[in-house]
Design a protein around this ligand. Structure first.
Ligand SMILES: [Zn+2]
Length: 380
């Protein structure tokens, strides 16, 4: 069953922010105390405590500590689970010979808590959140709806660069989706555009990406210039973190909309197999797009699966050098934006590549029809 994340920005009041911070502080103390207990149990008795041992004591701990008693029980269980995971990872590393013992956590770095939805954290009729131990109801920016048919399991409340978020973990129903009938499309990870389709559509990388990249470089330089341990460095670091988070959010949003529009319009989507990336890596522009491409691919995959749309990956080699009309090899340099073949076929190079990709998936018309060679994947 696929589990998806839906993340939303929260707009807590000052009192709610103070409440969140006090809660994370209490959870951080619990984490550190549980770590301390594990260390001592091992020193004194050579005994390795497990999650069940510590969770079994949680009730008594809450009875003795009214601060912890005021917050969600299951969220506190999750804190103990998190420590347990840190130990499991630690023992894994020990086996590989490179151990790093789980460390005590600083409150400033303890940035999240996990809740069971409907238990420690509830979505109210007002569309606001209530969280056990936090005053009032917290405002949420629902920039997209939670899927109505899905089961909402956990919710992670988090703090990043001074902002607050909630991320719902959604389990999609596992029913068989009937494959849909309809049009097929080939997608090329473009050189001048973000993607081009075999129908001749090109989608440019959004305008803001250029400005965002520029600002990212400027903030990185400022951070590199600031003296270690200085106040300016801390500020520069925060600014950079805030900017990176904002850019990632905008990109995710854009790619969600793009993948939704493709899945709504087509029944088969053919694209390049990313595991064959020798060629892509040699192209800088493509490398820059790659982060976005990988994300778009995963959005397409799950949206397609839910809508009965097929996604087919084909061997990407030579797609940009092949004529979709006659199959001839038409060599192009990176600066050639147009495909111009002796057979008379003239079109945008990325659109031409998208048509070849569609043909390789066994769809569309042209000389490459049926020329699908999954076995070549290994050879690449
Ligand atoms: Zn041609």
């Amino acid at each position: 069953m696929p589990v998806l994340s839906y993340k939303y920005r929260l707009y807590p009041t000052m009192a709610q922010i103070a409440g969140f911070e006090a809660m994370l502080g209490a959870f951080c103390d619990l984490y550190n105390a549980a770590l301390q207990q594990r260390i001592e149990a091992y020193r004194r008795a050579g005994k390795a405590l497990r999650y069940v041992d510590q969770a079994g004591e949680l009730k008594a701990v809450r009875a003795a500590d009214e601060r912890l008693a005021g917050y969600s029980f299951s969220a506190e269980q999750q804190v103990l689970r998190r420590l347990d995971k840190a130990f499991v990872a630690f023992f894994g590393r020990v086996k590989k010979g490179k151990a790093g013992f789980p460390r005590f956590r600083a409150k400033s770095m303890f940035d999240s808590a996990e809740f069971r939805v409907g238990d420690g954290l509830t979505i109210r009729k007002s569309k606001r959140l209530s969280v056990v131990g936090i005053p009032g109801e917290v405002k949420v920016k629902w920039h997209r709806d939670l899927p109505t048919f899905a089961k909402v399991g956990a919710a992670v409340l988090s703090r990043a660069a001074g902002k607050w978020f909630v991320c719902f973990q959604i389990t999609m129903p596992d029913e068989e989706v009937q494959p849909r009938d309809g049009a097929s499309v080939g997608l090329d990870l473009g050189l001048s555009s973000l993607i081009a389709t075999s129908d001749g559509e090109t989608v440019a990388a959004p305008q803001w990406t250029k400005g965002a990249a520029k600002r990212q470089r400027r903030l990185q330089r400022a951070l590199a210039r600031a003296r270690r341990g200085s106040k300016r460095r801390l500020k520069a670091k925060r600014r950079l973190a805030r900017h990176s988070a904002a850019t990632a959010n905008r990109r995710r949003d854009f790619l969600h909309k793009l993948s939704r529009s493709l899945v709504d319009r087509y029944a088969v989507i053919a694209l390049e197999d990313l595991s064959v990336d020798r060629l892509t890596r040699s192209m800088l522009a493509k490398a820059v797009h790659n982060a976005a491409w990988g994300q778009l691919r995963s959005f397409l995959d799950y949206k397609a699966a839910n809508a009965g749309v097929r996604v087919e990956a084909v061997d990407p080699r030579g797609t940009s050098q092949t004529c979709p009309e006659c199959g001839a090899v038409v060599a192009k340099t990176l600066s050639d934006r147009t495909h111009r073949c002796a057979c008379g076929c003239v079109m945008d190079r990325d659109v031409a590549a998208a048509k070849v990709i569609l043909q390789r998936a066994g769809h569309g018309t042209g000389p490459g029809h049926g020329l699908r060679t999954p076995s070549q994947r290994v050879a690449a």
